[in-house]
Design a protein around this ligand. Structure first.
Ligand code: IPM
Ligand code: MN
Length: 367
């Protein structure tokens, strides 16, 4: 029987609520399939910062290295500035553990309404592959002459051949496994003449190694319009850290809610534990109300199972979510329902424990 060590970091706001929901579903599916998740919880985040002056202990990355995967909630606080909380936790983990590939699927679940007309929205089946270790989030820059009229602030984007190539290669490999086998490279190389042009060049070079993958390139501004106006013209989208961030929010909104947007921060080499987290933030406005949508966290848990090699568990979790969405009885407020976090959790567990669950339920729409 497989045993996997999972580090659970609920973090801030609704993070702990959705992580606990996801862990219940993960536990249920592990029991059903027959493997074990050895979960250790870490109380890192803004409350930890208030008590200890740092978001997580100095040796946090060493601790995390001993796990098979990290299951993460959210980070962001009303009191502590965002750049402190984010850099103190999530971004340090991604950069420090080399989790360079951020995978963000956006698929229309049955029963969920998109702001788009149905004939457009039912074509949405995308994966945004976002660079997760450098680019606009490299953390290079500075400020000088603080408070003076001549104050300057610089954020430098850093694009390395190694960083861009490994990420794009990951995206090509992923595109190759999907039925459309289509990869779109998003940049802004008309305005940004160095890093983004390097990005485009590497894309053309790599495309030659993947003759079975159909490719195209689009500028990020045009990409937003295309996502709205012609969703079926996209399949896998590969983009820089910032562009991938923005496009994945748009993708989430188009499939109904940020509350269902899942993600994996992957080290494709497998040398370090990958981290799985809902894309939504800490949502301080609804903390403790019991109405946070756990679907993104559960979906991220399904991605974690697939990453750990537990494919049957992953399909079962996703098929369970499809059932819950389709029934449309307990969905949370962000999806137009009146259900609670607990209602969705319970309904998902009930569905995934059914022997007659339609296991192809998600595969038919999501690959
Ligand atoms: C996300 C978030 C983060 C990001 C923030 C919270 C730093 O927006 O995961 O998409 O931009 O990476
Ligand atoms: Mn974002």
């Amino acid at each position: 029987m497989g045993k996997y060590k999972i580090a659970a970091i609920g973090g801030d706001g609704i993070g702990p609520e959705v992580v606990e929901s996801g862990l219940k579903c993960l536990d249920a599916v592990a029991k059903y399939i027959g493997f074990e998740l050895l979960v250790e919880r870490f109380p890192w985040g803004s409350d930890y910062y208030r008590a200890h002056g740092q978001m997580m202990p100095q040796n946090a990355l060493d601790i995390l290295s001993g796990f098979d995967a990290i299951y993460f909630g959210a980070v962001g606080d009303n009191e502590i500035p965002d750049d402190v909380t984010l850099w103190g936790l999530r971004l340090v983990i991604c950069q420090g553990l080399g989790l360079y590939a951020n995978v963000r699927p956006a698929v229309m679940l049955p029963g969920v309404r998109s702001p788009l007309r149905e004939e457009l929205s039912n074509k949405i089946n995308w994966v945004v592959v976002r660079e997760n270790s450098e680019g606009e989030y490299a953390g290079v820059g500075g400020r000088s002459h603080r408070g003076f009229a001549e104050e300057i602030a610089i954020d430098a984007s850093v694009f390395s051949r190694v960083g861009v190539e490994r990420l794009q290669r990951f995206a090509f490999d992923l595109a190759r496994t999907r039925s459309e086998k289509h990869l779109t490279c998003v940049t802004k190389s008309n305005a940004q003449r160095f890093g983004m042009v390097l990005w485009d060049e590497i894309f053309v070079q790599l495309a030659q190694e993947y003759p079975d993958v159909r490719t195209d390139k689009v500028l990020v501004d045009a990409a937003t319009a295309r996502m709205v106006l012609n969703p079926s013209s996209l399949d896998v989208i590969v983009a820089s850290n910032l562009h991938g961030d923005i496009l994945s929010d748009l993708a989430a909104a188009l499939v109904g809610s940020l509350g269902i947007a899942a993600s994996g921060n992957l080290d494709p080499s497998g040398n370090n534990p990958s981290m799985f987290e809902p894309v939504h933030g800490s949502a301080p406005d609804i903390v403790g109300a019991g109405i946070a949508n756990p679907i993104a966290a559960i979906w991220s848990g399904a991605m974690m199972c697939a990453h750990l090699g537990e494919k049957a568990a992953s399909s079962r979790l996703m098929a369970g979510l499809v059932e819950v969405a389709k029934a449309n009885e307990v969905l949370t407020r962000d999806l137009g329902g009146a259900g609670s976090t607990e209602d969705v959790t319970k309904a998902t567990i009930d569905a995934l424990e059914r022997d007659d669950l339609d296991l192809e339920g998600f595969n038919r729409i999501g690959s």
